[in-house]
Design a protein around this ligand. Structure first.
Ligand code: SF4
Length: 312
C-alpha cells in the first residue's frame, strides 16, 4: 500500500522549536492523522540556522515587497527562508499535503500580521515566507493550518484532498489517456459535490486532449484540487446521494426505497449528518455490488476511523 507523506510544521508535532522554546502540538495530527500518514516535519526557522530560543521574526511591508525581519537586530531573513524551500525540495516533491502552523511569519498560511515599518501598525493580511513559497511552487498541493483543522468541515476537506492528491501522485509518471479517464471517473461524484461545472469542464478537456503533455496534466490536477478545496454544499451532497440512490432503484423494496429517501431528506434538512444516508447507501452497495459505484472516491475518500463525516 502507498505510504502517504504529509509535510508539517515541526512545532505541531510537539517539537520544542518555537522562538520561545515551546511547541504547538496538534492532537488531531499526532493522535489521528498520524496513524494514516507519515509526517515529514520541517522547521524553516531552525532550518536556516536560527537558535532555540531566538528573537522573534515579523513580516514587514517594504518597498520591495514583504520581508521577514528580526526587529531586535534589523536582520532580513527573507532570502534564507526562501532558499530553505529550495533545499527542502527533495522532501516537498514527495508529500501529498502540508499542515502549517497558523500566524507564524514563516509558516502561517493567511492572516499573518504584516507590519508597516513606518508606524509599527499591523494588519492581519500576510502569508508566512515559507508558506508563500509552498503556494507558489506547488499550487496543487493541499495546504491547511492547525487552527482551521478544528473546524469539522475544513478538516474533512483537507484530509479528503490529501488522499485525492496522493492517488494522483500514485498514477504513472506519464499516465495514458485511459489512466487519466479512470482517475477522472473515480472523482466524478466527489467533484459533483464540490463544483459541478468544473467536473463537466474537466471531462470535456480530458476527452478532447490527445496527448497527455506535462503542461496539460499540471493544469488538470490544479483545477481538480482547486475545485475540491471549495466547500461541498448540502444541496450538492443531496444531488449526489440521489444520483447514487438511482442505481438501486430497481433492486430495493418499497420500504427500503422510502427509508433511503427519508434519510437523504433528513440530511438535506440538517436533521441527520451525511453519514446516515451514506451508511445506508454503502450497505446497499455491499448487498448489490456495482463496479462503477465501488470505484467512486466519494463513498470511501479516506480511512473510516478518522470519523471525519460525523460532523458534516
Ligand atoms: S511555526 Fe514554523 S518556523 Fe515557527 S517554530 Fe513552527 S515550524 Fe518552526
Amino acid at each position: 500500500m502507498q505510504t502517504i507523506k504529509v509535510g508539517i510544521s515541526a512545532c505541531l508535532l510537539g517539537d520544542e522549536v518555537r522562538f520561545d522554546g515551546g511547541h504547538k502540538r496538534s492532537a488531531f495530527c499526532t493522535d489521528e492523522l498520524g496513524r494514516h500518514v507519515e509526517f515529514v516535519k520541517l522547521c524553516p526557522e531552525v532550518g536556516i540556522g536560527m537558535p532555540v530560543p531566538r528573537p522573534t521574526i515579523r513580516l514587514e511591508s517594504r518597498e520591495h515587497g514583504v520581508r521577514a525581519i528580526v526587529p531586535k537586530t534589523g536582520e532580513d531573513v527573507t532570502e534564507r527562508l526562501t532558499d530553505f524551500a529550495d533545499r527542502a525540495k527533495g522532501h516537498l516533491t514527495q508529500i501529498s499535503g502540508y499542515v502549517l502552523c497558523a500566524k507564524s511569519p514563516s509558516c502561517g498560511m493567511e492572516r499573518v500580521k504584516l507590519y508597516n515599518p513606518e508606524n509599527g501598525h499591523a494588519r492581519k493580511e500576510g502569508t508566512g515566507i515559507f508558506a508563500a513559497q509552498l503556494q507558489q511552487r506547488y499550487p496543487a498541493l493541499p495546504l491547511e493550518e492547525d487552527g482551521r483543522l478544528n473546524d469539522p468541515a475544513l478538516r474533512e476537506n483537507f484530509v479528503m484532498r490529501v488522499f485525492v492528491y496522493a492517488a494522483w501522485q500514485g498514477l504513472s509518471q506519464s499516465p495514458s489517456k485511459a489512466d487519466l479517464l479512470g482517475f477522472h471517473t473515480s472523482l466524478k461524484l466527489l467533484l459533483l459535490a464540490h463544483n459541478q461545472q468544473v467536473y463537466r469542464e474537466l471531462g470535456r478537456q480530458v476527452a478532447q486532449q490527445q496527448e497527455m503533455t506535462a503542461e496539460f496534466l499540471k493544469s488538470y490536477i490544479e483545477q481538480v484540487m482547486q475545485a475540491l478545496a471549495e466547500p461541498a454544499t448540502r444541496a450538492n451532497h443531496t444531488n449526489v446521494l440521489q444520483h447514487i440512490q438511482g442505481y438501486f432503484k430497481s433492486v430495493l423494496s418499497d420500504d427500503q426505497r422510502a427509508e433511503l429517501t427519508d434519510a437523504i431528506l433528513a440530511y438535506r434538512q440538517g436533521i441527520e449528518p451525511l453519514l446516515v444516508p451514506l451508511t445506508l447507501l454503502r450497505h446497499y452497495l455491499r448487498e448489490f455490488p456495482n463496479d462503477y459505484l465501488a470505484g467512486q472516491r466519494y463513498l470511501n475518500p479516506y480511512p473510516k476511523d478518522l470519523k471525519l463525516r460525523y460532523g458534516l
